[in-house]
Design a protein around this ligand. Sequence first.
Ligand SMILES: Nc1ncnc2c1ncn2[C@@H]1O[C@H](COP(=O)(O)OP(=O)(O)OP(=O)(O)O)[C@@H](O)[C@H]1O
Ligand SMILES: [Mg+2]
Length: 399
Amino acid sequence: MFEGGEDIHALIFDPGQYSIRVGYAQEDTPRADIPAVIGVAPEAKSNNTASKPADQLKYYTDTTFLNISRANSEMISYMNNGIIENWNLFEKMLDYCYANVIQSSAENHPVFFTDAPLNPRVKREQLTELMFEKYQVPAMYMATNAALAAFANGKFNALVLDSGASYTTAVPILDGLVINNAVVKSPLAGDYITLKATEMLESMGIDLTPAHLIAMKEVVQDQEKPKFIKKTFTCPPTDSWMKYMTKRTVQDFQQTAIQISATSPSHYEFPTGYNRLFNQQHSQLTEGLFNHETLAVDKIVVTSISKCDLDVQPALYHSVVITGGNSLMKGFTERVEQEVRAKMPAAIKLKVRAVKGTTERRFEAWTGGSILASIGTFQQLWVSKRHYEEVGKHRINTL
Ligand SMILES: Nc1ncnc2c1ncn2[C@@H]1O[C@H](COP(=O)(O)OP(=O)(O)OP(=O)(O)O)[C@@H](O)[C@H]1O
Ligand SMILES: [Mg+2]
């Protein structure tokens, strides 16, 4: 229980492999959507990052700062498979959020964190400890991102198919609660598509030089050799920075040009100025999402529902919610619907729901948290700092 009164100004944090979404409860969208990568560089020039003590390193966060190439900088993700892994760097992200996005001290705001399905208990405890001990938050709550996405869709019973960057999960929700033993997780998601797209573009001989390395380019005709001049640097960009920026370049291509079951080709121009049409043949790389024997994104829906009690299965098929950035690929929802229909019991009705808006779809877990944390009856569910001090970090596991 947390008695913070009417205006508690709770914060919602939705950490993911691709980005962290952060903002205030009751608002429609997060205040910020920040890449889940920190640039780490030595303070002084020409010194190696690896040999420097942590207090002599500088940390760079958010797109504008990450896009600048710095001597000896390493681009490091604090996430691994959608789960917080590097706590030191995650703290840098939280520090940045409080100082630049929230612009208020952590002690003033209860925090609501979304959680990945099947996140190990120890990770939840570590986060709880960090927030209460270091950030001195007055209260905290955690909930599974898929359940919050269902909630944002006005559903308490649903099968949520969340396809993000590092994983796709099928998560059954009954009466608002996750049925943990029926959750199915697959690594076939956005990062897999980025990898396949990189392989395809490289095999086509397409130059993936990122926009921030290009000083000047000319307009060229469709499929004509690009004409561009690269920027010159006194210190050349690090391999790690190049890898990060190239990945961002391919992700832009992925988000703009890749379609599942493409009906009309899409035209795409790379940062070098090279441009061409990408057609059905180029979209074949998405087939990997659908042809794995057990982990295909449509199969995990059927497997997950089949692990639930027989009497709830029709309700779950009747309420499949599709969410996550990777599901925004054109044709994803339709293809999942078609494949699931072909594999499920014929007597049951299938209803698939996916919100149209690009940002809404990526922010659904955040939005679900924002709505939940604003409800009057929810306020008694906060774990207060006093309660934490009485019972310890294990308390959060009962949420
Ligand atoms: N419009 C789009 N079309 C296609 N793919 C997109 C689009 N927008 C984002 N993506 C892809 O979606 C993925 C990011 O999705 P999302 O923001 O849901 O991930 P996340 O929650 O941070 O990661 P995870 O769930 O793995 O922790 C990336 O692979 C990105 O390239
Ligand atoms: Mg996610």
